[in-house]
Structures are given as structure tokens and as C-alpha cells.
Design a protein. Structure first.
Length: 367
């Protein structure tokens, strides 16, 4: 049996007719830039997220950059961000001239917490960027309380957690202004690049809308130095087709994850742990094992594709050398990076595939 890490075909097969109809309508209207579908998706996604506003953006990195700029964060300001995250979270901060300050994750949930953030606050700290890594919400109440106490902004990076909830509230609705990515393999994925900003603040929404569109809301009049960071109308049409299915897809991810958790409970690997207050949407199902590379090779030899999120943590990336971070400086992050393995998990994956992957893992750990 072959098990790919991810396959998007089952999900797109289910929607093929709807997608064709949407695209046909778009061809008839030809409103390709900031067309009606973008405004309609903004409204749908705001409703879904439980925020007053949503704004379609070109991709997740641009969404985070614009969120930071809308808050007025810039050169000299420090922004706290996880040491364990996809590097784009840091790039957004660096690109607008601010300084990323890395917080270690909790060793069980892999997310930063108020306890790992507090010791690295300085008088220059302006904001915290919690990332809901792998689809699990951060413990947001203590983070929001710390931010309020210290008068800091919060920008959630919700790229990996669309639909996740913390104490009954959706992620992407806690921070002052938040960014997400609809990269095709995300829980809600476009058919190309796309992202969004969510916020309850009309002022931040308006500022972000200007920044997204060349600093302008009236043709050839520019209030700010902006970006071309508009969501593609075609992607908005695709996302509108998909959004009504997101909760069902997340439920299916949770069902597959539960099957793995059950199969692997005595397998001798570290399994994902979920906070009592959180609903995890398993963008990634990440296990840990001391002999991770050998386990990955064993699975590969059995036709099972796995990935590592992430093999080189941001503080060890050549692109970020100028920040002077050293090997050993973030031991929890390095421990996670050296032992983590993401198993296949996607909508349309069969129980037989989950069982096959589980059996091969058990065969490895018990040999
Ligand atoms: C945590 C995180 N932040 C930011 C991004 C950037 O999103 P994009 O690829 O849409 O720019 C991604 C995904 O790629 C991500 O996983």
C-alpha cells in the first residue's frame, strides 16, 4: 500500500462541479481584481471566524506583514514569536523592520505560553505573535491577560488552525488583528496562494484594506505606501465553495487523528497532546521519537511518505544569521526539531491507510 503525505484529490473530486460553476461565473463577469467574490468571501469568513471583519489577502506572509503594519509596528520594535514555527512568522516581522524575539514552546503542546513569553519581555516589546502550531490553539487566556497587563498587541498567526477553538471561541478571533494562510494544503486551502486578515477593529480593518491595495481606496489617490497584496478573485471563488465544508473536514481530520491516537497508544512514540480547553484541528499529526530519522526511513521503505515540521528551526537558518542566535540557545525547539515526524493525515485518507501506517510504526518501535 502507498500512503502519500497528503492528497487533495478526494476533496476536489467532491467539489468539482461546484468549482467549475464558480469559475464559469467568474469568466462571464471578468471582475478579476477585487471582484465581488472577494467581498463575499470576506463576509463569509468573518462570519465563520466570529470577527467583525475579514480581509482577503494574497497569501499568509502578506497577511501577517499587513497586520503588523496596520498596528504601526516598525523599526526598533520587538515582536515575540515562537522559536518553533514556520519561518514566515519571523519573515513578516523582519520585513516590516521590526525585531523577532523568540519564545520557546511548551514541550507538550509545542505552542508558546504566557510563561515562556514573560521572561523575554523588554521595554521595546510591542507585540506577541502566537502561532497555533500544527492546528492546536495556544493557551490564549493567559497570553491575552499578559498582553493586557503589559499593553502589548497580539497578532495571531492562524495559518495552521482554521476552525480550531479555545474555550469555545475560534482561533483568529483573539488578537487585535490576525493573519491566516489558505496555502492549498491548509485545512482551508485555495487552488493557489491566498490568505486573510481577521479583526474586530474597524480602524485596523480600514488601515489593512489600504495597505493591501497600493495604499489606496480611491483610484490614483494613495494615502500610504502600500502593497499589491489583494486576494485573487479566482481564489476567493474557490474558497467560497470550500468554506461550508470546513467544519466537516476538520471533524474528519479529528476522527483520523483519534484512530492514530488509539492505534499508537502503546507504541513507544510521543503522541500529540491537546490542552483541555482546546479543540485541535490536526493540520498536522506530529509524533516524536528519538530515532526519528530511522523511523522515517523505515516508513519510506514501506511506501509511507512523512515530513518533518521543521527540520531546521528558524534560529539556525542561514537567512537569519545576522540575529546571532546560537545552536543550543533554544533547547526545547531543537529537541522538537530533532525528534518530530508528521504522519500522513488528509481528508479522504482511509482507515486502512491509518492502520497500515500505525502497524509499520509499531513494527519499528518494537523491533
Ligand atoms: C505558521 C505559518 N505562518 C505563515 C505561513 C505563510 O503562509 P503563506 O505560505 O500563505 O505565505 C504559513 C504557511 O505557509 C504557516 O504555516
Amino acid at each position: 500500500m502507498q500512503v502519500p503525505f497528503v492528497s487533495l484529490s478526494p476533496l476536489h473530486e467532491q467539489l468539482r462541479r461546484d468549482l467549475h460553476e464558480q469559475l464559469d461565473r467568474l469568466i462571464d463577469r471578468s471582475d478579476f481584481i477585487l471582484g465581488g467574490e472577494v467581498a463575499a468571501f470576506d463576509s463569509d469568513y468573518a462570519t465563520y471566524s466570529g470577527t467583525a471583519y475579514s480581509l482577503g489577502i494574497s497569501n499568509g506572509l502578506d497577511a501577517l506583514k499587513i497586520a503588523l503594519r496596520a498596528l504601526g509596528i516598525g523599526p526598533g520594535d520587538e515582536v515575540i514569536v515562537p522559536a518553533t514555527t514556520y519561518i514566515a512568522s519571523l519573515f513578516a516581522i523582519i520585513d516590516i523592520g521590526a525585531i523577532p524575539v523568540l519564545a520557546e514552546p511548551d514541550e507538550y503542546t509545542y505552542n508558546i505560553t504566557a510563561n515562556t513569553i514573560r521572561p523575554i519581555l523588554t521595554p521595546r516589546t510591542k507585540a506577541i505573535m502566537p502561532v497555533h502550531l500544527y492546528g492546536q490553539p495556544c493557551d490564549m487566556d493567559p497570553i491575552m491577560a499578559l498582553a493586557e497587563e503589559q499593553r502589548l498587541y497580539v497578532i495571531e498567526d492562524n495559518a495552521q488552525a482554521q476552525g480550531a477553538t479555545y474555550r469555545g471561541k475560534k482561533t483568529g478571533g483573539f488578537g487585535h488583528i490576525n493573519g491566516t494562510s489558505f496555502y492549498p494544503s491548509k485545512n482551508l486551502g485555495a487552488m493557489g496562494d491566498a490568505g486573510a486578515i481577521t479583526t474586530d477593529s474597524e480602524v485596523l480593518y480600514r488601515q489593512a484594506a489600504l495597505l493591501r491595495n497600493m495604499g489606496s481606496d480611491k483610484k490614483y489617490h494613495h494615502e500610504l505606501i502600500g502593497y499589491n497584496a489583494r486576494m485573487d478573485t479566482m481564489q476567493a471563488a474557490v474558497l467560497r465553495c470550500k468554506l461550508p465544508h470546513l467544519d466537516a473536514w476538520n471533524k474528519e481530520r479529528q476522527r483520523l487523528a483519534d484512530r492514530y491516537l488509539h492505534n499508537l497508544k502503546d507504541a513507544g512514540v510521543i503522541l500529540p497532546q491537546t490542552l483541555a480547553d482546546a479543540v485541535h484541528v490536526y493540520h498536522l499529526f506530529v509524533i516524536r521519537h528519538d530515532r526519528r530519522d530511522a523511523l522515517q526511513a523505515h516508513l519510506q521503505a514501506s511506501g509511507i511518505q512523512t515530513l518533518i515540521h521543521y527540520p531546521v528551526p528558524p534560529h539556525m537558518q542561514p537567512a537569519l544569521e545576522r540575529f546571532g542566535w546560537q545552536q543550543g540557545q533554544f533547547p526545547t525547539t531543537e529537541q522538537i526539531s530533532g525528534t518530530c515526524l508528521s504522519l500522513p493525515l488528509f481528508v479522504g485518507m482511509t482507515d486502512q491507510q491509518v492502520d497500515f501506517v500505525s502497524e509499520k510504526i509499531i513494527a519499528f518501535t518494537q523491533q
